[in-house]
Design a protein. Sequence first.
Length: 262
Amino acid sequence: MRLIPVVVLALLVAAFPLRAEPRVDPVSYSLDGTEMVGAVVYDDSVTSARPGLLMVPNWFGVNESSLVKAQAIAGKDYVVFVADVYGADTRPANADDAGKAAMAMFADRGVLRARAQAALAAFKERASDLNVDTARLGAIGFCFGGATVLELARDGTDIAGVVSFHGNLGADPKFPAGKIGTRVLALNGADDTYVPAEQINAFTKEMQAAGADFQFVNFGGAVHCFAEPDANSPGCLYNERAAKRSFRMMNEFFAEAFSAQR
């Protein structure tokens, strides 16, 4: 199943070695009457157990670009489950649609958390068939998805770690974090105008109060969307240097987190 547009592939090759293309299988699941369709992405030539990563895409949700990214991340190293938190009937076609869909989710963090948890549950249900080591599960997200995986951490989710790529760091006081037991890595563009210093300071205090094992990294010269190969607007722009560093940090972060689970 070929999903890689030429431009996006060319940029992803800069961050990941070129390798055989993992397969993409759609996965249907539901929550409270809402049907969701995500995807599981994996190299079916690998027979050994691998760690699993739940991936929440940016505000465009499950689309071709997100599946391309999941293929690049999965390689032979991970099984990636691409989460659909909007529902199968919501597939934003443009930025206006995407903004409305994301804001609807942010308006009720309880629903957002529940849908992310539903995706994780669907992943776990299929873990044995996919030869996923459920002791080595993590979550990653980009932009809107980065904010979503931070909500998983705030929700007390029992996974090894979460990585937020240029995600909003703000918390909803109606849904405060308890004790955060999962490791947290927040990767941010130092020039990201969507994440002001006040938000970073509040996030730091929140993580400290929750007793989290967290890391916050600012990439100089990077703005929002720095790990999105198809981002090309002034305030939301791909940055090859920051992207390479961020994915390397992600792999190192999970190597440490997963080794602690053995």
